[in-house]
Write a protein that binds this ligand. Sequence first.
Ligand code: NIG
Ligand code: FE
Length: 448
Amino acid sequence: MSDEGRPSPLPGLLVTGAAEVVTMRGGLRRGPAQDEPAVLRAPSTDPGDPRAPALAAWEGRIVAVGPGDEVRRAIQAGGYPADRFAVVDAHGGTVTPGLIDPHTHLLFAGTREGEMRLRQRGASYLEILGAGGGILSTVAATRAASGDELAAHGRRWLGEMLAHGVTTVEAKSGYGLDATTELRLLEVAERLGREGPIEVVPTFLGLHAVPPELRDRPDGADAYATAVATEMIPAVLEQGFARSCDVFCERGVFSVEQSRRVLAAGAALGLAPRLHADELAPSGGAELAAEVGALSADHLAVPSSTGIDALARAAERSRPVVATLLPATTLFLMSGHYAPARELIRRGVPVALGSDFNPGTSPTPNLPLVLSVACLQLKLTPAEALAAVTVNAAHALGLGESHGALEPGRQADLVVWDVPGHAQIPYWVGANLARIVVKGGRVAHARE
Ligand code: NIG
Ligand code: FE
């Protein structure tokens, strides 16, 4: 009955033989709870120990997690036919929820490796953008790309992400800056999610940069914010693919007032707000995220102390703002300003981590590498970092009730890692340890 390593047509899935199952059950993590991964461990090193932790899923949903003998009893008691389960043997590895990347700019055309050299020589990110490079060079290439070209690019990088244990990805638009291209990016994101196996959550990021057409006007940023709020958002709504609305709220890019206007227009039509906040300088982004009750405030490399206070107050709400930190971006920008993760956790703010996959500031599809950087530079523990890319990332995407944890009733998205304990996942820096990746109860990737 073993189907290990192949996509299975069987409705059931039984994962056995794990040294550790990291369940992340118990909901959103904040404060000291971010360091509590709810781990089930094998009681002995005997690979055949009937009490070794196991997980059963049926038709894509988890039905039981716990000691192996109990899971088998639950399968029987539930009336599930035992011969309709594909068995995945974890061979003494570690099982975690599938990783969720809550912040990517998945779809774009062209590359920007030359900017790395410019930054090494001292040019800043905003200087490069001001000179018409940066985001604007990606916009020119993206506008010229067809939907099929963008989809081929997206498939390639989603494949890399899947191979690193990622089962759900947020994908922002933002390299069109005109209605036609922005809608094309959202359409491709939706199409790729429908194709699977990775689930794609599209986000509208119209307010990403002032488009080239308006750059020479002194009121260009303001005029563009008005166009995003009054023309693009209704069109995005009519298309029906985006679930949230993002803005680049940053001194020298878009002001708090412009960001607020766009987020309010989106929220009025049902798009949840999220922000690029305080990435390069304290810009009021964290404060605005708390004010509008954003799903997440992202980057937070250099928030002000009032911004941190505002997020800490928001953390007391039933639905707090998730601080989505993107340390691979700090690494790639060579800024040295890593987000104050320890302070955020100490103040009770739930922390998520994302790759920020994009051609300018974070060209990496490797979310486990981001965990390593988070441990090394943000000083997260391995358990905190794992919570940040599972249960907390799910909340940052509004999927907190269905994704991100191995609990009965939730989606059966999981990874079997080639290490005996979760602390080794960020420890082997840059290694690809994901052996088997399961999405919706099916083996979606198995390493050769
Ligand atoms: O998250 N800062 C805005 N957006 C991206 C970078 C986009 C780009 O440079 O192409 C970010 O860093
Ligand atoms: Fe980003």
